[in-house]
Design a protein around this ligand. Structure first.
Ligand SMILES: Cc1ncc(COP(=O)(O)O)c(C=O)c1O
Length: 377
């Protein structure tokens, strides 16, 4: 059997191991230490906001929603086209989601539908508490109209920038436009700490409070005294060492992911029915994953047929996220629109996108797709 080509794998540089070895040598093998301090400092320098390193992006979103005051019975708006981790933190807090469809131009939440929802809800005095906005596959949502409408209706905003480390919106890092942003360093992300996340906030006091909660909310003083509920959500100093090294090569990783996506696009340029996810001119799309739309009639094979053909050659691929309003978990939850997300899912295919994908392996992927395409003319 040929070597397996995975969807998105870690890509370590030179520095990561050195920082991890420093942690071993100095015995900072816990959730405090110099790597954590340095990782947070360099991340903050990059995005321009104070930050706290956490065990996962999901943990960061849980803390972020709590900072925004989300609690039992509140409603939290989420795009329907996302990974379930966008929505789970609202459930942890006893809140209920409300879903909004995507726009075709960015695949992200449609600001016009958001405005429709908020206008309708304001008329009956039931405006949701918060919006979790997602930047899908490395492309920012169109934040200006989204922030404007949320400010108008008093809806708090948290950016789920899990997939958007390195992404920009009008020159600013995605994740820094709303009061709180959360990033993921999960193993399949553009840079990784094997598992991990970062919360950033415009209000430094909020970052302090997130850090406090992430360490079991232990009050100052020698006695282990607690007045609030806390969590064990801090990143380890060992993993922060990996993060330090990864952050140093982030721009290279972004450049390479984009190169991979554009190489696919160019290789399929003469085929009808396979189209790269659009790029909005308001920002840098990292193409964390190379996502395509498949028109089965034009290409002669549908999305699932391609997944099977790739799998037969030991190549991993996957559909675009299955929308939340189509999930059994969210049966009966309100969704504004939903047809665009359903369509993007049904025809959406993510191809191997690792920044260390070799040209030889990418050519294998391209060859399977070209071989499978049977245009009916
Ligand atoms: C859109 C989105 N939100 C949240 C997360 C959660 O991040 P983590 O895996 O670090 O908890 C992920 C990735 O896993 C994601 O893709």
């Amino acid at each position: 059997m040929t070597r397996r080509v995975y969807l998105s794998v870690p890509h370590m540089g030179e520095g990561e191991l050195r920082y991890v070895q420093e942690a071993f040598a100095s015995n900072w093998m816990s959730t405090v230490g110099p790597n954590l301090d340095a990782f947070e400092a360099s991340f903050s320098e990059r995005v321009g906001l104070p930050s706290v390193a956490l065990a996962s992006g999901t943990a960061g979103m849980h803390l972020g929603l709590r900072l925004l005051g989300v609690g039992p019975g509140d409603e939290v708006i989420c795009p329907t086209l996302t990974f379930v981790a966008t929505v789970n933190p609202a459930l942890y807090l006893g809140a209920r989601p409300v879903f909004v469809d995507s726009e075709r131009s960015s695949w992200n939440l449609d600001a016009n539908l958001l405005e429709d929802l908020l206008r309708r809800r304001a008329a009956v005095g039931r405006v949701p508490k918060a919006l979790v906005i997602v930047h899908l596959y490395g492309q920012s949502a169109d934040m200006d109209p989204i922030m404007e409408v949320c400010e108008r209706y008093g809806v708090a905003v948290l950016e789920d920038a899990a997939e958007a480390v390195g992404t920009t919106y009008k020159g600013r890092p995605a994740g820094t436009i709303a009061p709180i942003g959360v990033y993921s360093f999960n193993g399949n992300k553009i840079i990784t700490t094997t598992g991990g996340g970062m919360l950033v906030a415009q209000n430094p006091e909020w970052v302090q409070r997130a850090r406090f909660w992430s360490q079991q909310a232990r009050d100052p003083g020698v006695a282990y005294e607690h007045t609030q509920v806390g969590y064990n959500y801090r990143m380890s100093n060992v993993l922060a060492g990996i993060g330090r090294g990864q952050l140093e090569v982030l721009d290279h990783r972004v450049a390479r992911r984009r190169e991979v996506a554009f190489a696919y696009r160019d290789a399929f340029a003469d085929l009808d029915g396979i189209t790269l996810m659009p790029q909005c001119d308001y920002g840098l799309h990292t193409h964390w994953l190379s996502a395509f739309q498949i028109d089965a009639r034009a290409l002669g094979i549908d999305r699932d047929g391609l997944i099977r053909a790739l799998e037969a050659e030991n190549i991993e691929s996957r559909p675009v996220w299955k929308p939340m309003h189509l999930q059994p978990l969210f049966d009966g939850v309100e969704c504004v629109g939903g047809a665009v997300a359903a369509d993007l899912f049904e025809h959406g295919l993510c191809l191997p996108s690792s920044s260390n994908l070799s040209d030889v392996d990418q050519q294998r992927v391209i060859a399977v797709i070209r071989r499978s395409a049977r245009p009916q003319r």
